[in-house]
Design a binder for this molecule. Structure first.
Ligand code: NAD
Length: 495
């Protein structure tokens, strides 16, 4: 955020393939952010009062609108990110599925549930329910401008909250489309509102008294978000970057593993938080795997035309990072089997496959966010695990293996792992999604994602007067002795 940006009242989103202006949007000020949160607070009360069924019915209505207008939304996604139409549709389809799941399951996950009262207070009926937090601030990135924020927005709404959404400054048009389509489904109240602008607008949202801030973006910004939210003890959910590893064992289906590595590493021009960036391959299948990866990666063509497999790099500044990672890797003794130092143009990056890159290189340690893969030969899967886990990040990952597949998946230090496929976990609405370490904390998606946006409320109801009442000054020494005897009976046995 430069001072020039901070004084502007509007900004433009650009098509990264052509630099054409896609749209002009306001830079919302801190006052406007505060006003939006105040409006959201009133809307939140109305939305919460609708109950699970009322909200589910409206969210299903919204889902239907997005589905019927998906082509239109894909055009906006393509214009602002440059990604191929098919990839834009894929993220929209997945977001629709998540919205449907969140709407359908909110009551079961968050509604009142009986709990055992235990022996000491057996006269109580115990229950828990998850009540809405109130107003959720959602700050999103540009790389999956529909799928990623919807992982927070749809689940927060289903849990009964109002949402104020600040999309990336690169994709404000996508954010606007989502909020407008919601208003078509729910015209009564501003339950989902849009704020546009740069980081400063996001920072104002952190300080505006929201009940939780759900952030998706880089770890560096995540730290700023936490610092701003700390001022008001606003809880945060941080979905940050990754450096996801793939492990390929000696008994893996090598062809499938190569296919997964190339798609996982190169799709969306590598601009995927859970994209595969590092591959650790058992020496017995290394040569065959490499040959298959080189063959497949050489056929991935960047461009703006309808048949190109990947689009441009959306954020121009990222080109310098990708170039630096490749040139550093080559200078440190790495070899490029596909692409290389000249792969980075002024908009597009040719797929690049690097081998023999030292493990301390930026290409192995930092998020590259480009269509690159580093491939490393290992003696066995224990070495693969040690290397894969030696990372500050831990978002997703993949294991291609047979005999040890589940064990390896469990031992990979990450929030999610796909076995014999890549990134599948993101498309399963019932599964939680989130990271470890610099990849963040908290979970979106699934029951865990719904509970992120609810406050556990515990209730006990006395069913009858117990012979041993603990919660009264009338409790006698005899009662204390009986309780102590009971506890000794229950828990005092020698093992
Ligand atoms: P970013 O951190 O630059 O920006 C994300 C959002 O934060 C934008 O809306 C931006 O305007 C806002 N922002 C910037 N400074 C801020 C501040 N000081 N206070 C409040 N808000 C501020 O990230 P990006 O470049 O948009 O996205 C790419 C990153 O996001 C990558 O690291 C990627 O791995 C990560 N990502 C993670 C996930 C996930 O689910 N874990 C998903 C997609 C992307």
């Amino acid at each position: 955020m430069t001072s020039a940006q901070s004084t502007r009242t509007t900004f433009e989103s650009l098509n990264p393939a052509t630099d054409e202006v896609v749209g002009t949007h306001p830079v919302h000020t801190a006052e406007e952010v505060g006003a939006a949160v105040a409006r959201a607070r009133a809307a939140a009360a109305w939305w919460a009062d609708l109950g699970f069924d009322g909200r589910a019915e409206r969210l299903q209505r919204w889902k239907g609108i997005i589905t019927r207008r998906a082509e239109q939304l894909a055009d906006v996604v393509r214009a602002e990110t440059g990604k191929p139409h098919g990839d834009a549709m894929l993220e929209i389809i997945l977001a629709i599925d998540h919205t449907a799941w969140a709407a359908k399951h909110a009551r079961k996950v968050l509604g009142p549930q009986r709990r055992s009262p235990g022996l000491l207070l057996a006269n109580q009926a115990a229950s828990v329910e998850y009540q809405p937090l109130g107003v959720i601030g959602v700050i999103g990135p540009w790389n999956y401008p529909v799928f990623t924020p919807m992982g927070s927005i749809a689940y927060a709404l289903a849990a009964g909250n109002a949402v104020v959404f600040k999309p990336s400054e690169h994709t404000p048009g996508v954010g606007e489309w989502l909020v407008r389509s919601f208003a078509d489904a729910v015209p009564e109240q501003p339950v989902l509102q849009l704020l546009t602008g740069y980081g400063e607008t996001g920072a104002a949202l952190c300080r505006a008294g929201v009940d939780k801030l759900a952030f998706t973006g880089s770890p560096a910004t995540g730290k700023k978000i936490m610092a701003a939210c700390a001022e008001t003890l606003t809880p945060v959910l941080i979905e940050a970057g990754g450096k996801d590893a793939m492990l390929v064992d000696a008994d893996a289906d090598v062809e499938a593993a190569a296919d997964g590595a190339v798609w996982g590493g190169m799709s969306n021009a590598g601009q995927t938080c859970t994209g595969i960036e590092r591959v650790y391959v058992h020496e017995r299948v290394y040569d065959a795997f490499l040959a298959a990866v080189v063959d497949k990666a050489s056929r991935v063509r960047p461009g703006a035309d309808a048949t190109a497999a990947i689009g441009p790099i959306t954020m121009p500044g990222q080109l310098d990072i990708i170039r630096r990672h490749i040139t550093d890797a080559l200078a440190a003794g790495g070899k490029a089997l596909v692409g290389g130092a000249d792969a980075v143009g002024d908009r597009y990056v040719q797929p690049t496959v690097l081998v023999e890159v030292p493990e301390d290189s930026p290409a192995v340690r930092e998020e590259t966010f480009g269509p690159t893969l580093t491939i490393c030969k290992v003696r066995d899967m224990d070495e693969a695990l040690a290397k894969a886990n030696d990372s500050k990040y831990g978002l997703g990952g993949a294991v291609f293996a047979r005999a040890r597949a589940v064990e390896l998946a469990r031992k990979l230090r990450s929030g999610m792992t796909s076995i014999n496929s890549v990134i599948s976990f993101a498309g399963v609405p019932s599964l939680p999604f989130g990271g470890v370490g610099d990849s963040g904390f908290g979970r979106i998606h699934g029951p865990e994602g719904l509970r992120e946006f609810g406050r556990a409320k515990a209730i006990t109801r006395q069913r009858f007067k117990a012979p041993l009442t603990l919660t009264t000054f009338a409790r006698t020494a005899k009662v204390d002795a009986q309780v102590a005897k009971l506890i000794t009976l229950l828990h005092g046995k020698r093992r």
